[in-house]
Design a protein around this ligand. Sequence first.
Ligand code: 2U9
Length: 461
Amino acid sequence: MLDAWARYIFLQDYPKDRMEVLVADDSTDNTLKKLEELKERLPNLRVFNFEGRNGNGIKRQWLIERAAGDILVHFDDDDYYSPHRVSHAVESLQNSDKLIAGCTMLYIWHVEEQVLTKSGPFHQNHATNATFAYKKEYAEHNRFADVNQQTEPSFTNNFTNPMVQLNSLKTKVTEILEKKLTDFDQSEINKKLKNEKIDVTLPGRTYLSGKIHPVSQVIGEVTSIFSEIGFSVEEGPDVENEYYNFSALNTPESHPARDMHDTFYLDRSKDLLLRTHTSPVQIRTMLKSKPPFKIIAPGRTYRHDSDQTHSPMFHQLEGLHIDKNVNMGHLKGCLYYFVKKFFEVEKVKIRFRPSHFPFTEPSAEVDIGYKIQDGKIKIGEGDKWLEILGCGMVHPNVLKNVKVNSKQYQGYAFGVGIDRLAMLKYGINDLRAFFESDIRWLEFYGFDPLDVPTNYRGLSR
Ligand code: 2U9
């Protein structure tokens, strides 16, 4: 701080031999030592130790009483001053009958904080803080009050003493400039208010909002239900190899699912193919990690099939839960919970029918009860049965293929067709419309993008 202050004192264009510099030093650092060094370049430098005494008023009074010159000019040690400060103040006071000089407006550059503040412009006798200059005879009759702040009003008799204006031209230019800027802003606003009119009778603009496809909606719903009971979501590629899609899943070379009529092969050696189920995702997950596993795998699957209820590309969701002591009771509990949540019913009739899949043993297919009421399907009650799921306990051969010890770990797996679930829940009867990309169909059967399915807010509206 002292360095900056000393620089502004040296930079003053007023002759140094005619300038007495008085310092009231109340600092605790090595300021005194530094001031000693300055003495060589400022012949009339006088330093007073002011430590322990408080108040700007007291300090100023102290300095005034010890000053030798006719004209006194204030300097703070933490503000920036121009080189003309002393000469301008002295000249202004010498050419005037008035006893005090100051500026009604001031920009202060705070050296330490590195900020610029502005005070004023005030009325003509109101000197802004730290701009004071005055004749010594004035100070003999007007004393700085012994207060820390706002000493100026009492010193200037509440701003009633006529004041020589310092930097008056600069103040005027600033004022004019600021007025011009506000006038300009104002006239721009007025121009806009005059020329721009709002027609409040105009109908609102219509906008096209996209819709969520029923398949995406159902994937969201199903994922939400299973994540609530501890399943995490895994994904994998649509293009798979023979091993992950068939061999690892205990599907023999002779199995009809491997037939060209069922599977889309991508090369002559029948190694690359479009996955026929999402099961390879579970194989990949188990190979890269260690049990327990509790995962679901939703996604696109492909089979060589096309009619009113089959599309060559369709969607599946498979689940897998492997841990110590997982049994068929857990499988039944999990699927019962899922069916109730998905169809949003309190009670549901459910039956497990023995079946066969190469990757599960024992295997079952799951049917749910339904009836037709007023031409609509009612899920959960009635004496008709609807097949919706396949499931079973994971075959020990599958666990062996993914290096899981089947003596220690067992578990269940299930698979469900997403498109079929969507058709059942939302009363859509032709599967082919799902993938025709008819915007009118989507407009009717689609869902609001903001209406995201959650277990808390409700799955569907
Ligand atoms: C691993 C082990 C076992 C997944 C299973 C089914 C039964 C099933 C069908 C439902 C309708 C396919 O889309 S659908 O035609 N799926 O019946 N899926 S058990 O079993 C697995 C999966 C991965 C490692």
